[in-house]
Design a protein around this ligand. Structure first.
Ligand code: FES
Length: 130
């Protein structure tokens, strides 16, 4: 199989990033996606038992949110926070609810959860090269 076909197949199936029961509530897990030739770092979030994923890039300045590796939640576990200047994000939607990018949204990473596996797909914006 050519590299191009293999990449296309991977895109269709998504990337296996976790087992569905792997991440307890209040925890996160970082993973990498190859999107349109670029490596995109993302975070899988379990907030109150539901999984979501976002690109690990603040909407204030395009920096990773975590200074301490894989530390994304506020101390009380209610929000995701950017360690750089404190932008605070709603974990259920990725909306910045406090801080310098108020009203902006983290880039969402589509997930598919089936057969005990969590698979992630490139965000459409990343596939377009954005
Ligand atoms: S870079 Fe995230 S708040 Fe400034």
């Amino acid at each position: 199989m050519s590299a191009k076909k293999a990449a296309k197949k991977r895109r269709r199936r998504g990337k296996l990033v976790a087992r569905a029961d792997e991440l307890p509530p209040g925890r996160t897990k970082k993973f990498l996606l190859k999107c349109n030739g670029n490596t995109v770092e993302a975070l899988l979030v379990n907030y109150e038992g539901r999984l979501r994923a976002y690109v690990n890039r603040c909407r204030h300045i395009a920096l990773s949110l975590d200074w301490v590796d894989n530390e994304f939640f506020t101390e009380d576990g209610r929000y995701l926070i950017c360690a750089n200047h404190g932008a605070t994000y709603e974990p259920t939607t990725g909306e910045c609810v406090w801080g310098p990018c108020f009203g902006a949204f983290l880039q969402s990473v589509p997930l598919e959860i089936a057969g005990g596996e969590v698979r992630a797909f490139c965000p459409p914006e990343a596939e377009d090269g954005g």
